[in-house]
Design a protein around this ligand. Sequence first.
Ligand code: MEV
Length: 424
Amino acid sequence: MTTEAKTSRVSGFHKKTPRERLDFVADFAGLDGDTVAHLADMGNLDPHLADHLIENVIATMSIPVGIATNMRVDGADVLIPMATEESSVVAAVCNAARQCYDSGGFTTSMSDAAMIAQVQLVGVSDPHHARLRILERRDEIKAICDACDPVLVRLGGGFRDVEVRIVDAPGGAMVVTHLIVDTRDAMGANAVNSMAEALAPHAAAWTGGRVYLRILSNYADRRLARARATWTCDAIGGPEVRDGIVSAYHFAAADPYRAATHNKGIMNGISAVVLATGNDTRAVEAGAHAYAARDGRYSSLTRWEVTADGDLAGSIEVPMAVGLIGGATKLHPTARANLKILGATTADRLARIIAAVGLAQNFSALKALATTGIQKGHMALHARNIAMMAGAAGAEVDAVARILVERGTVRVDVAEAELKRLRG
Ligand code: MEV
């Protein structure tokens, strides 16, 4: 018997409705009725909106939104929505924030809130001369850029500066123009990309070079969010805990293998708020990691020191290209609701709160790692997931999870056996 080979070449797939696409996929992948019904339920996202946010939509995927409590940022208490699939991430922020609440919580600030767009020119015979030819036209460049987005200009944003770098690339020198643009409450990708595209033919004419790329840089080092907080030595359990945290930081500062994990923990917090507010997690992640390597070696995004009083001082500085308008931020109803909960009325405030969350997350991870180890807390939360995977429901979840933790074996087979025993 021969079976017809399945093909992923589907003509007009994008023109079908989500349900038609789902039926095709169900047939292709052999999905059963329950799975199809599950995928067809788009939850609290309007199917029409989902179908227009991205291409070829068949379903939506829900991620839990948890609220980080105890956060005080620049003297104001805030509730912080965090969208994450990872257990212990929200609890970590709550715990860190509780331990520095009485010492004032988080103090934040922001550099300029500017994005960078790049225009790449190749084949320029006199790159240094060409660099000056571009810089001399600052006023003309400003006019070209600002004409792309009069609304942004009316809101006080727009072109701020132009810089030209000569990049020593494998194929020869490139003349790379940077447009520095204040995008106000927008993340700004569209605004700066349009400006780079508008400038490109002029830059080619001024330099005799050939333009290739015209796109923003996610290394948003003109849009740095900063946060700092002090944890008293008493509040965190004494000098040994404090010194353990500082030593954990020293490890990350000196070793890229550790720094990657250290910063991943920070991004657990940062990305969860970025996602909850409908912002671009990949843009923020790319910027954070590029910034972590700014000195030529990948290192920690945070710093931990001991104050003159013997307390623990933590600080973070990280590119934070987030906005309140545009894209999913404005369209996604859950993102809108989360922004309302957060109460951030400017992109600047949102960016600063997110930096504070990153610092809080790092505090909790380092404290756990430097003391009891991460597995104790993780396993307690993970045990609940394992219990549910074994089929536990309602009160059974906590009951099975507790037994798994007590026995020190958080495994599905053990959970199944315990569930069977509980049910008699
Ligand atoms: C786990 O998602 C994050 C941590 O590994 C972070 C860290 O090691 O600092 C716990």
